[in-house]
Design a protein around this ligand. Structure first.
Ligand code: CAA
Length: 283
């Protein structure tokens, strides 16, 4: 049986997680990187995450080799040829994303083209896409291997066929697709970001300590994680980028990042990935 190919451009936290999800779903996965060294690191991160899945018992012990054989790292956009779906998962910058999307489109004949943006309007990104009917947002959640949702963002140009095919592909990796209209922050971050921001403001005002704020939300509101530990998981820089992007679109003060968050980003206190955020992490 010929395996279908999915291409992922970018291999940071989100790109690597998305690649792993499609590998586990039985796809051949091409991962396009920027340079040899960072691509090698991305490949190693995917390999380590698969090990973690094995240790947790969610991936069979004998599956790793087969999964890694289906993972094709590349620096060449020509290799996208033949993919059924291409997902752009590069950093949250309009310039970077539109540049990548233009290069993707030149090699993605007939494929669905998706962006994993969490805050840039998908319609704005579609301005640089010629085949707008094949383009949509596919917003994955961190940690991708565990999170069951993909927030699908349609523009006024996305065709019904594209939506149906994208939903079907997502269901084949065991995730649930929910379609929403393009809107600043879509649904998830419109709800989540004001909560994370408010938690940071409450900490700034010394209303409660960080552990207590998190415990109140975990035990009182029954969230799996408190907002400050969740901000550390997402990345403080990513949270501030998302808030600033939504604030730029809406001018709604609830998205204006708290001073403490901006200071943490400035000082490289970025959460789990830097070893220090609201909490300290051992690598
Ligand atoms: N391969 C590799 N690792 C796997 C795996 C697999 N197949 N399946 C699970 N894991 C990992 C998980 O990633 C998780 O890793 P960490 O220890 O590093 O967190 C670990 O195994 C445990 O995962 P479980 O599924 O067993 O879940 P848990 O019950 O221990 O809960 C959690 C962990 C899923 C992180 C949970 O605390 C949770 O749901 N937290 C909230 C997360 C959340 O809200 N995420 C959304 C953030 S917003 C976002 O991402 C979008 C945006 O635009 C900002």
């Amino acid at each position: 049986m010929i395996m279908e190919k999915v291409a992922v451009v970018g291999h940071g936290t989100m790109g690597a997680g998305i690649a792993q999800a499609f590998l586990q779903g039985g796809f051949e996965v091409l991962v396009i990187g920027r340079d040899h060294d960072s691509l090698k690191r991305g490949f190693e991160n995917i390999s380590m995450s698969i090990e973690k899945g094995i240790a947790k018992g969610v991936i069979g012990h004998d599956k790793k080799e087969g999964l890694m054989e289906n993972l094709k790292p590349s620096l060449d956009y020509n290799d996208i040829e033949g993919a059924v779906l291409v997902i752009e998962a590069v950093p949250e910058s309009y310039q970077t994303k539109t540049m990548v999307l233009s290069m993707v489109e030149a090699h993605a004949e007939g494929a669905i083209i998706a962006t994993n943006t969490s805050s840039i309007p998908v319609t704005k990104l579609s301005e640089k896409i010629r085949n707008k009917e094949r383009f949509l947002g596919m917003h994955f959640f961190n940690p991708v291997p565990s999170m069951k949702l993909v927030e699908m963002v349609e523009t006024e140009y996305t065709s019904d066929d594209t939506k149906a095919r994208a939903v079907e592909l997502v269901s084949r990796i065991g995730k649930k697709a929910v379609m929403v209209r393009d809107y600043p922050g879509f649904v998830a971050n419109s709800i989540l970001m004001p909560m994370l921001n408010e938690a940071a403001v409450l900490l700034e005002k010394k209303v409660a300590g960080k552990e207590d704020i998190d415990e109140i939300v975990r035990l009182g509101l029954h969230h799996p994680m408190g907002p400050l530990e969740l901000a550390d998981l997402i990345g403080i820089d990513v949270c501030v980028d998302i808030m600033e992007a939504i604030y730029a679109e809406t001018k709604d003060e609830k998205f204006n990042p708290a001073a403490i968050l901006k200071a943490m980003r400035r000082d490289g206190i970025l959460g789990r990935k830097s070893g220090q955020g609201f909490y300290t992490y051992q690598s």
